[in-house]
Design a protein around this ligand. Structure first.
Ligand code: SF4
Length: 244
């Protein structure tokens, strides 16, 4: 009997969470409390549905030829997938045995000792950097960023390729000086292949409303294309690209 994990949902033809066409698994549960979370319904670790590793793999198998032909793979996201690190490790192991590329989309808020095994089977980490300044990180996510930095340095030391993702929220994460600090941190990592600035959008607000929760960013407008390009330029400034 293969291991069980709690899954929020699946997406069969993802194109934005790693290279090629991705089979995307959204895991249930998250230890962070991002004020702009667009997957608010993934927070509860008891939610979602239970699946075995084999059941998830059976679903993926139907799309295997598309995935491989496109140079894609599986991406496990959330919620926070490292909360169920052993399950994801088993799933990735099975994928690797079948020649499928594996990507982990994570906030990095995880104890390295708990995820070592998972990272052995991970080809690429999509790492969210929420904010470079500790106090502001706490204000936005409810937790500090020390653990995330440690996690990032572990990836760097182990030679695991990383794509950095940074959600640009006007008035919250777009301060120039803060972006420069984030760029310094990104530049200190050795395995970053690219940086993606993701413009904030309010599409998650409806989920907060449905759950009867107050959405603190109500009325905040998405950044302009120019603001996104400017942030991108700053964040990439110190980047010494790791070969893809
Ligand atoms: S880490 Fe992701 S899932 Fe968790 S609260 Fe933040 S945005 Fe939502």
């Amino acid at each position: 009997m293969s291991m069980k994990g709690r899954v929020h949902s699946f997406e069969t033809f993802g194109t934005v969470d790693g290279p090629g066409i991705r089979f995307v698994v959204f895991m249930q549960g998250c230890p962070m409390r991002c004020i702009y979370c667009h997957n608010r319904d993934t927070w509860n670790p008891e939610g979602g549905e239970e699946y075995t590793v084999d059941e998830v793999f059976e679903r993926l198998k139907k799309y295997i030829s598309y995935i491989k032909f496109s140079g894609g793979g599986i991406t496990v996201t959330g919620g926070e997938p490292t909360l169920q690190a052993d399950f994801v490790a088993e799933l990735f192991k099975k994928c690797k045995e079948n020649g499928i590329n594996t990507a982990l989309d994570t906030s990095g808020f995880a104890d390295v000792e708990r995820v070592e095994k998972l990272l052995e089977f991970t080809d690429l980490v999509l790492l969210d950097i929420k904010h470079a300044v500790e106090g502001k990180h706490i204000a936005i996510t409810g937790v500090g960023n020390e653990k995330i930095k440690k996690f990032a340095y572990y990836l760097s030391d182990k030679g695991i390729p990383v794509w950095i993702r940074y959600v640009l929220v006007p008035g919250y994460t777009d301060n120039e000086e803060d972006l420069r600090l984030a760029a310094e941190f990104i530049g200190s990592l050795k395995t970053v292949e690219k940086v993606e600035v993701l413009p904030y959008h309010a599409m998650g607000e409806e989920k907060w409303n449905k759950l009867g929760k107050e959405y603190k960013l109500h009325g905040v407008q998405p950044p302009t294309a120019q603001q996104v390009a400017h942030a991108q330029e700053i964040l990439e400034k110190n980047l010494d690209r790791y070969p893809a």
